[in-house]
Design a protein around this ligand. Structure first.
Ligand code: SAH
Ligand code: SF4
Ligand code: F3S
Length: 477
């Protein structure tokens, strides 16, 4: 039976109630402080977390908080965490541990831990016992209730933990602070049902649930009207969009509808799961002028036995056939992927099949990871006889090949003129602007910040493994 996304939508009154809590917190501050209350939000993990942090900031702004980067100036500190690999968690424990010094200096500061790590019972227990300076812990599934939870901290003057598994809900109409006027994230769905055997996400983000197409279209329309140039649609597996809705609509249909919105903008999306990405999606991408010819299609492994053990739902051959078709209909496609090296039981020969696949596909870029056991996932219980040092050798081989390929593909741009969107400063003195091609490749440019938000044609004059360097006609040093 279909579980309608509509049923999972939190009723508008409940969201409204959260806005009332924002007002109440604002009231607590009124007349009390000689300066505006300040908050900071530190974000780890994927774009989903970045998007969540923008909602948290939106709620904080409704409560009257201003923002600072300096924790020692803060009245509220929010750490939005990631649980995808062990080192991501370790980093967060280090950072949260350091915040004890802020608490010593400013006993009234409220320290909040949220995000994927916080959804895990074991983490909550550890925080409860050993990180007593943390006042509020809540998982991604309780994010929409942040104002109520923070109000509880203030009025109870005690610690608050909200990590119940709610199996997922959708809150529309939460306020948002978008950090850029040029680019925006739009979640189209939440959660994941795939249970890849190594992955923690389905356990912390709950079941898949799609937003109503009308809500998404409204949001995109507003962004385009506000002059936003690049919109990235987000979901752990955007290709299963719509499966839980009553309405018969899939991700390709959604893209097509978004493409109908007029304006000078591009749409990107991530992540596509190869098992659900097919001809209809690729044909739609090829046809739709606003859709970037860019695909992040994580393969994870180039060996079919390992793919099966990972519970990925496709073979090496099926993956390669999808890539072939996508490139046939989009010859300029920019293709990227994620790869895990050292899955439990993977042999050297199997890992080298992954390296061979990478050489065959010639990705524009890769995100590569050494397998990290996540307690509670099926893979964590498998025998894992290969040493970390050996996995590192396989990993380095993969990286070396990919760096060579990225370097070669980037060199092919030199001498060409490409259209880019200038999206901010690069932090590089010689090439101060950063921009992206339609396919999402990074181009450093010379020019002034007044160009941010504009599409310009640039001549690529240099390149390396990671970036391109371009000059705008008529702009000199
Ligand atoms: N939903 C996306 C991925 C989200 S996590 C997808 O299915 O592609 C981002 C990447 O982290 C994954 O693609 C995978 O390559 C990596 N990853 C996930 N769990 C991991 C683990 N336990 N160890 C190492 N890498 C992992
Ligand atoms: Fe994790 Fe797989 Fe879901 Fe991606 S599709 S979030 S890798 S379980
Ligand atoms: Fe990390 Fe959660 Fe994203 S575990 S990768 S922040 S979905």
């Amino acid at each position: 039976m279909k579980d309608s996304g509509g049923n999972r939508r939190i009723c508008p009154e409940a969201v409204e109630r959260q806005l009332d809590f924002c007002g109440k917190i604002k009231g607590l501050w009124e007349g009390r402080a000689e300066r505006a209350a300040l908050a900071c939000v530190q974000t780890y993990g994927c774009q989903q977390n970045v998007a969540d942090s923008q909602r948290i900031m939106g709620m904080l702004r409704e409560m009257g908080y201003g923002f600072t980067q300096d924790p020692y100036m803060c009245d509220v500190i929010v750490v939005n965490t990631c649980a995808i690999r062990e080192n991501a968690e370790k980093k967060v424990y280090g950072i949260v541990g350091q915040l004890v010094h802020v608490k010593e200096k400013r006993p009234d500061v409220v320290i909040c831990l949220c995000g994927c790590m916080a959804q895990q019972e074991v983490v909550a227990q550890k925080i409860r016992a050993s990180y007593r300076h943390v006042d509020l812990v809540f998982g991604p599934q309780a994010l929409w209730k942040f104002p109520e939870l923070l109000y509880e901290v203030y009025t109870k003057r005690g610690r608050v933990f909200s990590i119940e598994q709610e199996n997922g809900s959708i809150a529309e109409g939460l306020p948002v602070v978008r950090e850029s006027g040029v680019k925006a994230w739009v979640s189209v769905m939440y959660g994941c049902n795939n249970f890849c055997s190594y992955c923690i996400v389905p356990y912390v983000r709950g079941r898949e649930r799609s937003r109503q197409p009308g809500d998404i279209l409204r949001e995109v329309r507003e962004l385009v009207a506000d002059g936003v140039r690049e919109i990235t649609l987000l979901g752990q597996n955007v290709n299963s969009y719509g499966k839980d809705l009553d309405e018969s609509v899939d991700f390709a249909d959604l893209l097509e509808e978004i493409d109908g919105i007029s304006g000078d903008y591009l749409v990107r999306f991530m992540t596509s799961h190869p098992k659900d990405a097919g001809k209809k999606l690729f044909d739609t991408m090829a046809r739709c002028g606003h859709v970037a010819k860019q695909l992040h299609l994580p393969v994870q492994s180039g060996n079919s036995r390992v793919l099966k053990a990972m519970n990925r739902g496709y073979t090496r051959e099926q993956y390669l056939e999808k890539v072939r078709y996508a490139r046939e209909v989009m010859p300029d496609l920019v293709l990227t992927s994620d790869i895990i090296i050292g899955f439990p039981g993977e042999t050297e020969a199997e890992a080298m099949e992954t390296v061979e696949l990478v050489k065959e596909v010639r990705y524009d870029a890769l995100f590569t990871f050494i397998y990290s056991p996540r307690p509670g996932t099926p893979a964590a219980a498998l025998p894992d006889p290969v040493t970390r040092a050996e996995k590192q050798i396989w990993f380095d081989k993969l990286l070396m090949e990919q760096n060579r390929i990225s370097g070669e593909l980037h060199r092919e741009y030199v001498g060409k003129t490409v259209r880019v969107l200038v999206d901010g400063s690069s932090g590089d003195e010689l090439w101060p602007l950063s921009s992206r091609t339609q396919g999402g490749r990074l181009v450093h440019l010379r020019g002034g910040l007044s160009l941010v938000g504009q599409y310009v044609d640039v001549r690529i004059v240099d390149s390396n493994t990671w970036a391109l360097y371009g000059e705008i006609d008529g702009v000199s040093l």
